[in-house]
Write a protein that binds this ligand. Sequence first.
Ligand code: CP
Length: 312
Amino acid sequence: MSWNRKDLITIEELSSGEINTLFETADAFKKVLGRKTAKTPALRGKNVVNLFFENSTRTRVAFEMAAKRLSADVTSLDMKTSSTAKGETLRDTVENIRALAADIIIIRHSAPGSAGYIAKILDIPVLNAGDGAHEHPTQALLDCFTLREKWGDLKGRKIAILGDILYSRVARSNIWAMNKLGAEVTLVGPSTLVPREFERLGAKVSHDLKSALADKDAVMLLRIQHERQNASAFPSLNEYTSMFGLNADRFSWLKKDAIIMHPGPINRGVEIDSDLADSSQSVILEQVTNGLAVRMAALYLCNGGAAEAAIA
Ligand code: CP
């Protein structure tokens, strides 16, 4: 399976073959990262520009490091001091950056559809680092890549995603990715944050935590996204934690060897007990580490690299 995409905007539009091509390419780059000189010349001479209009730690650093490991030149614009504050449009911003000889743009923006919008305007690769509550494709890819490392593949596995689904681009991208890879996804949380409409994406919906966790191979916790909520979906964080926070007792409802995941940032003591986040069944930091190889693969493939060449 080859990769013929200029951009990585959504998981929805990817085939399972394309996802597996990206995983095989990430496998090769993970080997590169394990070498003494953890660098390849794949993007030498290319200008990669990071445009993060929303806060980020993991995604921004991982994309920057991934581009540097591929030998690209990397520029990260501080949006707080950019000319966006003077009223410049997103279209003008990216066209000016293109005029400065950018070869690849990585964008995180609060507006759903923003990454797809600039991908249509520009003739260079655009990678979506999160567009509002729409999609966060590289997060879902690194999540599934981590599960694939643990299980071999995701076929027939049962995964619960617990928390703020309504506002979560991570949940949306993971529902697409996990389903395409053959897993069954159950969304769990209060009905205000987990509406039945998500069944249309191919996920099960449950508001009963105990029965939802009973047969699951993995649970992914999501944080409550205050910044996207117009009105509180529950009375207080304490009430959310008392009803849906993952603690040792509730963790025992899952399968014995179940995996704990979280895309970060974690609100310790809110959606997950601190001890569980740091436990041997948690893969939270492995997810972060895998974000590097997965983003190297995404940059490399969107730049026109051949998967077979990366593997060789
Ligand atoms: N998971 C994730 O997107 O984290 P950041 O917001 O820190 O990039």
